[in-house]
Design a protein around this ligand. Structure first.
Ligand SMILES: [Zn+2]
Length: 416
């Protein structure tokens, strides 16, 4: 069944949501990291209530919970549809002026507020596939915020559609809007009990037809070197500079393999993200990434061996390291619940797409939710060129995602 005679609200909502500045801040210890994220969350609660979802609520941690009640009396597992309200700290999200380019003609898009910002089909080949669609961009001085306000608008439109169409059989659907996803804290304070869902889907993917059930596994590793301090005027045969040890260590890292600059697909890497130090002590912090969790320890061993090798070059020096678990590949969880991806595939097909299973070279809210007991792959929204001024989204992609979520809810009901 098609939903083509429905007047979608996703684009209209999206154009409004992106004008609310919801940038998160990694330097803030608060929860949510920025109060302004709640500005959008409060709007969402009001709009959910206007749709007829009476239990919509914003909690003190910045999460919005809401329920689309069941229309089926079967025992259908409770699904959660989830997206995040914050935008990335990498690029300004204040004063976003969304522009709707109707019936896109395939040419490069020059943004009016800074004409040096061009969304070219060369750098964004997916645009060529969207000729004839209505494309939304920012104006050249900010990001757009399609990541992840496209997901938010899709879920809002879905709620609007399902409430208007109680004849469509589905189970209970829980809506969850999170803050702080972009700074890796998106699910820190989710109340899983209160959420009460059995399976989830994040709406935070890119191209139409893509679905992501696999993410990196991720550790942090901090290597600290100890030197020997002395007065520089009287340092002969005494001083050992920890700064120089750390520099020598970094210099040993290969540049043609094992780093983000030269890896892709299923390859893992280590990546120094911060270096800090004084004469006596210097540390290098890494992120360690691989799809195979067991490989993380191997990468860490290899870093350790390089540290060993380095201190041999510096008399009297030593090192220590700390590994911190960050997140794990959701595939380890999803493999135990194959229906979560299989039903999504079925929904994509019913909505007229050939599903493509992809892996994310990063993490999602779903990576951590999966390990918190909510198996949770990531579905497409149409958001593209994310975290940049070249960000864009196709209105028709958002509407296709709404249709997909309707089909997905039906597939779960039919199989219950
Ligand atoms: Zn996102």
């Amino acid at each position: 069944m098609s939903i083509s005679n429905y007047k979608h609200t996703a684009a209209e909502r999206f154009m409004r949501y992106v004008q609310v500045d919801t940038q998160s801040d990694p330097a803030s210890p608060a929860q949510p990291s920025t109060e302004k994220q709640k500005d959008l969350s409060r709007i969402l609660v009001e709009e959910l209530k206007a749709i007829g979802i009476t239990d919509a609520k914003l909690d003190e941690h910045g999460y919005v919970y809401a329920t689309i009640p069941a229309t089926s009396n079967k025992n259908v597992p409770v699904l959660c549809y989830c997206s995040h309200v914050d935008t990335a700290p990498d690029c300004s999200g204040a004063g976003v002026k969304p522009i709707l380019h109707t019936n896109y003609n395939g040419s490069d898009i020059v943004l009016p507020d800074d004409t040096s910002v061009v969304i070219s089909t060369k750098e964004h080949p997916y645009l060529k596939e969207r000729i004839g669609d209505d494309i939304i961009t920012a104006s050249g001085t900010t990001l757009l915020g399609a990541d992840d306000k496209a997901g938010v608008a899709i879920i809002m439109d879905l709620a609007n559609y399902l409430i208007q169409h109680p004849e469509i059989p589905h189970g209970v659907i829980r809506i969850l809007f999170t803050p702080d996803e972009e700074i890796g804290r998106g699910v820190n304070k989710v109340d899983m009990q209160k959420l009460g869902a059995q399976y989830g889907y994040t709406l935070d993917g890119g191209e139409r037809g893509h679905m992501e059930g696999e993410t990196f596994s991720a550790d942090g590793m901090k290597v600290t070197f100890h030197g020997i301090s002395a007065h520089p005027g009287y340092a002969k045969d005494k001083m050992v500079s920890a700064i120089k040890i750390a520099a020598a260590f970094v210099d040993k890292l290969p540049r043609n393999e094992w780093c983000p600059e030269v890896t892709e697909g299923k390859q893992g890497f280590v990546h120094p993200v911060q270096i800090e130090g004084v004469l006596e002590r210097a540390s290098v912090s890494f992120i360690v990434r691989d799809f195979d969790t067991a490989m993380l320890a191997k990468h860490e061993e290899r870093l350790k061996a390089l540290a060993e090798e380095t201190i041999k070059e510096f008399r009297g020096s030593s090192y220590e390291f700390v590994v911190t678990e960050q997140y794990r590949n959701m595939k380890e969880v999803l493999d135990h619940h194959p229906q979560v991806m299989d039903y999504a595939e079925e929904a994509y097909k019913r909505a007229g797409m050939q599903p493509v299973r992809m892996s994310v070279r990063g993490g999602t809210d779903g990576s951590r939710l999966s390990f918190m007991g909510l198996p949770c792959p990531n579905l497409f929204t149409g958001e593209m060129g994310i975290h940049s001024k070249q960000e864009y989204v196709s209105v028709q992609d958002m509407e296709k995602a709404v249709e997909t979520l309707v089909e997905l809810a039906r597939v779960w009901e039919e199989n219950s």
